[in-house]
Structures are given as C-alpha cells and as structure tokens.
Design a protein around this ligand. Structure first.
Ligand SMILES: NC(=O)c1ccc[n+]([C@@H]2O[C@H](COP(=O)([O-])OP(=O)(O)OC[C@H]3O[C@@H](n4cnc5c(N)ncnc54)[C@H](OP(=O)(O)O)[C@@H]3O)[C@@H](O)[C@H]2O)c1
Length: 326
C-alpha cells in the first residue's frame, strides 16, 4: 500500500463496481487507502480484494439503496444500462430512463438523506451528441440523439440538481470510448480483426476521435475525488491525444505485434456502404477538450495511448479469442 494520501480512510461507494471501469477504479481506491464499498445487483465475494460488496438487487428499491449509502462520504456512480449494439427492448428510451435516470434520482435522494457529501457520475460524450468538427468544451449545448445519450444527459441533470437542492458537491465526467483490459464492443472487435490479419478498408479515414484509456480514467476519477468541485461541475476527459481510425488501427497492430492491413478505400464510398449509425461512429469525428478538468483538479493523463493499447493487447492475448488467433 502507498503512503496515506487525501483518500485514505474516506468511505467511497462505487456503483457498477464489478464492471469494466468499476474493477480498476476499486483497485485504485483500495490502493489509495480508501474504505471501498462496491455496489452490485448480485452477491458473492467482490472480484477486487479489499472491497466490501454490497448487494442492491434492484437499483429502484430504496431500502437496499439506503443500506448501500449508509456511512459513505463519496459515491462514484458507474452503474448504468450501457450502450448496447443490438437493442432488444420494445421501448429502449423507457428502459434507459428507468436504469439511468430514475435509479440515479433514488441514489441521489438516499445519499443526501444519509449525509453523503460528493457524487461523481460517469456520463458520456453521447450526452452531448454523436459527432463534431471542433473539440467540444463544456460550454457546448448538449443535443443527444440516441436513447442512451438522452438518459445520460438526464442523469447529469439529476446529479447537478442535487448540488443546488442538497448542497452536495457533484461532478459529471463525460467519457469518450474507454479502452483497456476487459474492453467490449467495437474496440474489442477491432483488436480481433487486426489480430486475425483481416484487411480493413479504413486506410484513408483521416477523422479525429478522442479516446480514454481506463487507467487514465481511473486517474481522473481519483483527481476529482481529491479535489471535490464547488457545487456542480461537468468535465470532458480524454487521453489528450486524438487519433484517426487509420492511426488507431495501426497502433493496435503495433500493440499486438501484428502489422495492421489497411486498404485505402475512399471515405465517401464507406459512407455509402455502411449503415448511417456505423459510419458516424467509425469515420465521423468526435473530439473533446479536457482542459477544464486539468485546470480545476490538476489532472494530467498519466498513461500515453501506446501504453494503454499495449495493456489492452496483453489482456486480449489472455482471452480465449486472443490466444486462438495466434
Ligand atoms: N465503457 C465505455 O466506453 C464508457 C463510455 C462512456 C461512458 N461510460 C459509462 O461508464 C459507466 C461504467 O461503464 P462500464 O463500461 O464499466 O460498463 P459495464 O462493464 O457494463 O459495467 C457496468 C456495471 O453496472 C451494472 N449494471 C449493468 N446494467 C445495469 C442496470 N441496468 N442497472 C444497474 N446496474 C447495472 C453491472 O454490475 P452488476 O451486474 O454487478 O450489478 C455492470 O458490471 C457507465 O455509467 C457508462 O455509461 C462507459
């Protein structure tokens, strides 16, 4: 364990603590000497040593939420119905609102009643929109277009309102795509495609996208817990280096030790060939300006992108898919 720092002995609840971001965050907080409670809908020992697992089977059930926040100083709220590739719900917005807005409202009310001082919400760039041609700052007016993004923006409102209503210190961190060990979705797919040597038609895609290594996110969360905001704050956060899809794929190839095979197909053709949502995600630009977070908390991304991709590649190699492709 390190020298005791400002988080030593602070009681911190991490909701969604068993997930991709939750586990490394819990590890960091335990290392920093905090007393960490890990919220989860299921029981059993927590995957991170030193974390007290607290079961909240239904995040809309006030009784178990109340028990989870008792004696807590700060909450990092990660639990959410996250963006899904293949949506099966009949009314996705209603499902997202239940899990991401109503559950956040209940958490905030119970936290305020229990005397919790600080809440940090993991929000997303999708709360602002799907793409841009100049890096977003926190002054940009959000215009989310999908149910997930809408629900996350509404969750931001809930958390911001708690600052006024209950005098809490609240913060919403708007995250771009996060990668690292345990990554899922499109990023995992890219690692698998590059590893199998599949030729990819993105060699001419010169877009620009912000990304965030989970190790950098954990450091950012540590910073906001160490420097709680006055009232309510919203921050973008990223690795601080934006990449085109072609460069990202090349760097994944380097991290895997497998040179990427990129074909120079004109982006215009890709736009015609791909479904609109896919084309926006892959060949559109989406960048954020994280300077406000740095100014307010002194946060600097400690890990360069290469290091984050290497850690992801090492993890990928340890998965059944990553081993069999060798
Ligand atoms: N990963 C990214 O690229 C990214 C980007 C932007 C924002 N975010 C935000 O970061 C947070 C954490 O994301 P993650 O990537 O770590 O997700 P994750 O791996 O899916 O973890 C989220 C955890 O929340 C719990 N959970 C899942 N569905 C839930 C529901 N409907 N209601 C309550 N709890 C639920 C699950 O834990 P249990 O099963 O143990 O309850 C799950 O392990 C989310 O708020 C997400 O919106 C992530």
């Amino acid at each position: 364990m390190r020298e005791p720092g400002p988080l030593a002995r602070r009681a911190i609840l991490v909701t969604g603590s068993t997930g991709f971001i939750g586990q490394p965050l819990c590890r960091e907080l335990v290392e920093a000497g905090a007393t960490v409670r890990g919220g989860s809908r299921t029981g059993g020992p927590h995957p991170v040593a030193g974390v007290e697992r607290v079961r909240v089977p239904d995040p809309l059930d006030r009784r178990s939420v109340r028990a989870s926040v008792a004696g807590i100083d700060a909450i990092v709220h990660l639990a959410a119905r996250v963006h899904v590739m293949r949506e099966s719900a009949a009314d996705p917005l209603a499902e997202f609102r239940r899990a991401n807005v109503e559950a956040t409202a209940i958490l905030v009310e119970e936290a305020a009643a229990a005397g919790v001082r600080e809440i940090v919400l993991a929000s997303t760039v999708k709360a602002v929109g799907e793409g841009n041609s100049a890096a977003w700052t926190e002054e940009v007016v959000p215009a989310p277009t999908d149910p997930y993004g809408i629900s996350k923006l509404e969750a931001e409102f809930v958390v911001r309102d708690a600052a006024q209503r209950y005098g809490m210190q609240t913060c919403a961190l708007r995250l771009p795509v996060v990668y690292g060990p345990g990554v899922k979705g499109n990023m995992l797919r890219l690692f698998a495609l590059v590893d199998r040597g599949v030729p990819l038609p993105f060699g001419s895609v010169a877009n620009s996208r912000s990304l965030l290594y989970v190790g950098n996110l954990v450091a950012a969360l540590h910073s906001v817990l160490e420097h709680p905001p006055d009232g309510a704050e919203t921050f973008f956060v990223s690795d601080g280096r934006d990449l085109s899809l072609a460069t990202l794929i090349r760097m994944i190839g380097e991290a895997l030790g497998r040179p990427a095979r990129l074909l120079p197909v004109p982006p215009r053709l890709l736009e015609l060939a791909l479904p609109r949502a896919e084309s926006v995600r892959l060949i559109g630009s989406l960048t954020v300006n994280g300077s406000r977070l740095s100014r307010r908390t002194g946060y600097r991304a400690p890990h360069p992108v290469e290091q984050g991709l290497r850690a992801t590649a090492e993890w990928y190699r340890s998965t059944p898919g990553g081993r069999s492709a060798r």
